[in-house]
Ligand binder design. Structure first.
Ligand code: SAH
Length: 343
């Protein structure tokens, strides 16, 4: 079986069945622009070609296992099962003002082991294929169709480290931005990373318009290493070169943990580290989950921290937790589901 995202193999099937390009366009538009199901899309093709398309193409790389809708803020958490039985998750965000977004996974588990992250507790299983990355968007679009919505923003902030799966992530971005497929603006795609300088450099060279977000979380090397073991391999000093080259093109993520990275010395180190780089800083609240002893910094102190950064001249956004009632932090829901399955 070939997947619907394998454009070369699909072209071969098209040519063998002598399907006219305009019929193929209708078929593609049905699937990727009108969020139709495979039955409706097949009807766009000449009748004699349908059986071959239907039997040879795998239209879904993932199976939806669960859907949880938040009661508070319109977020939906989706758990998908891969064909080989692994669970991954995506989060649909429907901000009242703003575009419908999806937070997608790039790997099954993660090899970075950040101490605050639920996915990090699972270990690494495998990279997702480009088809598995893209199917999260396709299936979300089908779910959104009755609401007259479609995905306009994609963020790689679900399970996994996208820059450690560069091949599939790049192929999926090519597909997302291609006019004949999802036709998403590259500026509406964000790839979030623990901070791998060489991969960040290569990525921006290939995708100059796609946004990068750096999970910084501390500008003190010892603190950062404790939170994010990968920081030992890619020290802050080396990372700074990449940051200054990217300048305003990068977003900084700063998760606030009580007594860990929210003290005066942390603020001073952060201002010093980022001085001269016109970055946008997102201050993120910690999503607590069972099995993790860390505590989030209370909101008034987060606000104070953000105000001090603003006063130092940075562009700062104070984030509030989305989907807190549906365990929307990275990896949490799959972790719960795994526990349920193994009892
Ligand atoms: N590996 C990438 C992308 C996945 S994590 C990265 O590290 O950026 C996406 C974002 O969610 C990161 O900023 C990460 O630090 C944050 N995150 C992980 N666990 C969290 C939690 N429990 N609460 C709040 N944010 C969390």
């Amino acid at each position: 079986m070939i997947t619907i995202y394998d454009t070369e193999a699909i072209e071969e099937i098209r040519s063998r069945n002598a399907v006219q390009p305009h019929r193929m366009k209708l078929f593609r538009n049905a699937l990727f622009k009108n969020s139709a199901d495979c039955k409706t899309a097949l009807e766009m093709l000449p009748e004699k070609a349908r059986a071959d398309f239907k039997t040879r193409i795998d239209f879904e790389s993932l199976e939806l296992a669960e859907r949880h809708n938040s009661e508070i803020d319109g977020a939906s958490k989706l758990i998908f099962r891969t064909r080989d039985g692994h669970l991954i998750e995506s989060v649909l965000l429907r901000p009242k003002t703003g575009r419908t977004s999806i937070c997608i996974s790039s790997q099954v588990g993660c090899a970075c082991f950040c101490s605050f992250c639920a996915t990090g507790k699972m270990g690494f299983t495998r990279n997702l294929s480009a088809g598995e990355i893209l199917d999260q968007v396709t299936q979300a679009n089908r779910m959104l169709k009755p609401e007259n919505r479609s995905i306009r923003n994609v963020v790689f902030m679900g399970m996994g480290e996208p820059l450690l799966n560069l091949e599939s992530v790049s192929a999926s971005i090519d597909f997302m931005t291609a006019p004949q497929f999802f036709d998403l603006s590259p500026a509406r795609i964000t790839v979030s990373t623990v901070g791998i300088p060489t991969a960040m450099d290569a990525f921006t060279e290939r995708f100059p318009k796609v946004k990068l977000a750096l999970s910084l979380h501390s500008a003190r090397q010892a603190v950062r290493e404790k939170l994010m073991p990968m920081a030992g391999k890619y020290p802050l000093e080396r990372l700074r070169g990449t940051l200054s080259a990217l300048g305003g093109k990068i977003m900084i993520e700063y998760l606030m943990l009580a007594g860990v990275n929210d003290q005066e010395e942390d603020l001073i180190a952060l201002i010093d580290y980022l001085s001269g780089i016109p970055v946008h800083i997102n201050i993120i609240p910690f999503n607590k989950y069972p099995g993790c002893d860390l505590l989030g910094t209370p909101q008034p102190e987060r606000e104070q921290f953000a105000n001090r950064l603003k006063a130092a001249g940075f562009d700062v956004t104070l984030r509030y937790s989305l989907g807190a009632d549906i365990a929307a932090a990275c990896g949490q829901l799959v972790q719960n589901k795994r526990k349920e399955l193994i009892g």
